[in-house]
Design a protein around this ligand. Structure first.
Ligand SMILES: Nc1ncnc2c1ncn2[C@@H]1O[C@H](COP(=O)(O)OP(=O)(O)O)[C@@H](O)[C@H]1O
Ligand SMILES: [Mg+2]
Length: 247
């Protein structure tokens, strides 16, 4: 469904005499429907920038991101026009950011409802589904009509995830979705991700947590010195880490 070819990103700092900061280069990977590809790597190596280039928050410097749309047409996300990107984000492509920015004075329930009604879902159905998802990510009922600005970091992150998953995107980018969550919340979120994968969503995500990778990922790459290295996902290794983590 998604084929990344030779993607590169270079940042130009205009405030510093157009100094260039190298992001990454020569990134190639493919993500099939109903599978999850995990990207790992040290902090600052460019993982978030890679996701942002694919979601087109950043404009890639070179390469292609071939995306096969629901209607079968191929679009190069790296060079598509902004209006097309906006349309695809509304209809097919989702993104869970690493840091959740809260919309002021909109309740958790209203956020999830509006995400759906803006895509044409009828109000009553949107409300019911919002209730289902808020329960699924373990946000207690007393918080549903509150403003998320007052939520804890973990609650904000879970709302963020529910908001991205509620529209069941065909292609989903996840930036450290389980990073700030406790064990139980992590399990709720992993279950939602697995459900979506079962329904055919293609996912590309940045993860650190070995248990999450072992549970969710079908293939795994590590970012090293601006390039992606195929980790040839080894079940033995993952099982060992899992055994050690569980104790
Ligand atoms: N908007 C930007 N402008 C300039 N440099 C940036 C920008 N975003 C990211 N970078 C550079 O890319 C590097 C990698 O950042 P990031 O992709 O967030 O890494 P990671 O997610 O792996 O921790 C940063 O150290 C920074 O130098
Ligand atoms: Mg990051």
């Amino acid at each position: 469904m998604v084929k990344v070819e030779n993607l590169s990103k270079e940042f130009i700092m205009h405030i510093r005499n157009d100094a260039q900061i190298e992001g990454f280069e020569g990134i190639c990977l493919e993500v099939e429907a109903g599978t999850l590809t995990a990207v790992t790597g040290p902090s600052g190596c460019g993982k978030s920038s890679l996701l942002k280039c694919i979601y087109r928050t950043y404009t890639p410097t070179g390469g292609h991101v071939w995306y096969t749309r629901e209607n079968g047409e191929q679009t190069d996300l790296a060079t598509a026009e902004p209006w097309e990107i906006i349309e695809l984000r509304k209809q097919e492509i989702g993104y869970v950011s690493q840091f959740f920015s809260v919309i002021p004075r909109v309740s958790a329930m209203d956020i999830l409802e509006q995400t759906q009604t803006s895509r044409g879902v009828e109000e009553k159905a949107a409300r019911e589904k919002a209730e289902e998802y808020l329960s699924c990510v373990g946000i207690s009922k007393s918080l549903w009509d509150m403003y998320p600005a007052t939520f804890s970091g973990g609650e904000k992150q879970r709302l963020n995830i529910a908001n991205a998953l509620i529209t069941k995107p065909r292609f989903l980018l996840l930036d450290e979705p389980t990073a700030s969550l406790d064990k139980v919340s992590k399990e709720w979120v992993m279950k939602l991700i697995l459900d979506l994968k079962d329904q055919g969503t293609a996912m590309l995500g940045v993860f650190h947590d070995e248990i999450a990778i072992h549970t969710l990922a079908d293939q795994r790459f590590e970012m090293r010195e601006r390039h992606l290295v195929d980790m040839d996902y080894k079940m033995d290794y993952a099982s060992e880490v899992l055994a050690e983590a569980i104790g």
